[in-house]
Design a protein around this ligand. Structure first.
Ligand code: CTP
Length: 415
């Protein structure tokens, strides 16, 4: 199961240095489940070999509008209609300019013009070119047309030696953006509050109590909600993850107290809380201002610990709780279903997603996950082992009808 399972993608490569990343991008799109047809411009072939693209895509690579071996098939009118999405990576200043002005002098631009298939544009170019008012105006104009979605270029060291915006985003970001364009937009208007990652409870300036959560599942859920149009506020504990595509706002916190404060702040303007953070249950009673030194005379160290707030429990007891749907998580090592059902009731949740973390390779970290969703009405849905991004997509797809119905009910009661 991948983010782009069963999707047909036409990858168009413009003539920028980032075209050399094309074969890797094709491979990653295919790993995500997509069938990839590549079209290159003549300029792109200076940076990447069509043969390499042909081998990794498993399809002939098209370039020439006038190619003789296409037989009676009218390639430029067929190609775009046969796919679900056109991805332009790299989208050069020239390519963007031609599309904006309705010019079509090669196979890629005629293909785009001859169909209505959505286009994900990934501009990648030198910073000065990107900032050029003519290029910026072309991008701004295309942004106003619903057919074109832009993925912001990254900031980094560019081939020309300067550091600035213009870098082609890495394949995972392009794949996320592609999945978002293809996802149904049924969560527009839903305001989702998602917590993710661990909390760290400091002992002194260099040490903390924490847990092994990487935040991957919470970030994947935030991405999957945003992909379907939800307005997502992501409250993240200390993690090393990049903000997923489409997130409206991200608030970084460290401790359970900070996470509670951030969630309380956003709670009244949310319709859904996804509490996937692994909150530390205890914190050191005191935080030392200077590093705790070991003493030669003492072989043991005892640390008095205090309970941190149970964030989900305290939010579920707020008077405005009924406005929101609450999804909790339970990572258990034994009697998974029993503890999950108990937490569902105790914390007054609409759903709880429970997973068994007794097997080392599932649950924590960036790998796969699997689990069961227990609902307030007693129903149980099993989610088989999958990459966390794909599992999050499946979980959000399962919840989407209830979320949009909830939003509609709120709108009807407070128009
Ligand atoms: N949770 C929370 N605040 C805490 C601890 C947990 O909000 N201090 C939330 C988690 O984010 C999760 C749910 O409560 O959505 C269940 O968390 P879990 O750690 O499985 O359960 P606990 O309630 O902490 O119980 P225990 O550790 O005894 O299993």
């Amino acid at each position: 199961m991948g983010l782009l399972d069963g999707k047909r993608i036409l990858l168009g490569l413009g003539g920028g240095i980032s075209a050399y990343k094309g074969p890797e991008l094709v491979r990653r799109l295919r790993d995500a489940g997509a069938d990839v047809q590549v079209v290159v411009t003549a300029a792109a072939t200076h940076f990447v070999s069509p043969l390499a693209l042909e081998v990794v895509s498993g399809h002939p690579v098209y370039q020439d509008l006038w190619r003789a071996d296409a037989g009676s098939r009218i390639v430029h009118t067929d190609l775009g209609k046969d796919v679900d999405l056109i991805v332009l990576a790299p989208a050069t200043a020239d390519l963007i300019g031609k599309i904006r002005h309705g010019l079509a002098d090669d196979l890629l631009t005629t293909t785009i013009m001859a169909c209505r298939t959505p286009v994900l544009v990934c501009p990648a170019m030198n910073t000065e070119m990107l900032g050029n008012p003519l290029v910026a105006a072309n991008i701004d104009h295309l942004r106003t047309l619903p057919r074109y979605t832009f993925l912001e270029p990254g900031v980094g060291l560019l081939a020309c030696g300067i550091t600035g915006p213009g870098r082609q985003p890495d394949p995972p970001e392009i794949i996320q953006a592609a999945a978002a364009v293809l996802a149904p937009n049924d969560l527009v208007g839903v305001r989702a509050l998602v917590s993710a990652g661990p909390t760290h409870e400091p002992l002194d300036p260099v040490r903390y109590l924490g847990n092994r959560s990487s935040g991957t599942m919470g970030f994947a859920l935030a991405r999957a909600l945003a992909a379907r149009g939800a307005e997502v506020t992501l409250v993240a504990g200390p993690v090393t993850l990049r903000t997923p595509v489409g997130i409206a706002r991200r608030i970084d916190v460290e401790t359970a107290d900070e996470m509670l404060a951030a969630l309380e702040g956003a709670f009244p303007s949310s319709d859904l809380l996804v509490m996937s953070a692994a909150v530390a249950d205890y914190r050191p009673r005191e935080r030392q201002d200077t590093k705790i030194k070991k003493r030669a005379s003492e072989s043991d160290l005892s640390l008095p610990l205090f309970r941190t707030p149970d964030i989900l429990l305290s939010l579920s007891r707020r008077p405005d709780r009924a406005r929101l749907l609450l999804l909790g998580f339970a990572a258990e090592t034994n009697d998974v279903a029993g503890y999950a059902r108990q937490k569902l009731v105790e914390k007054d949740l609409d759903w709880i997603f429970a997973n068994d973390v007794s097997t080392a390779e599932l649950g924590f970290g960036p790998g796969d996950n699997a689990g069961q969703l227990f609902a307030r009405d007693g129903s149980v849905t099993t989610f088989d082992r999958a990459a966390k991004d794909a599992l999050a997509t499946a979980l959000v797809a399962h919840l989407a009808p209830t979320l949009s119905a909830h939003r509609a009910t709120l709108e009807a009661s407070h128009p």
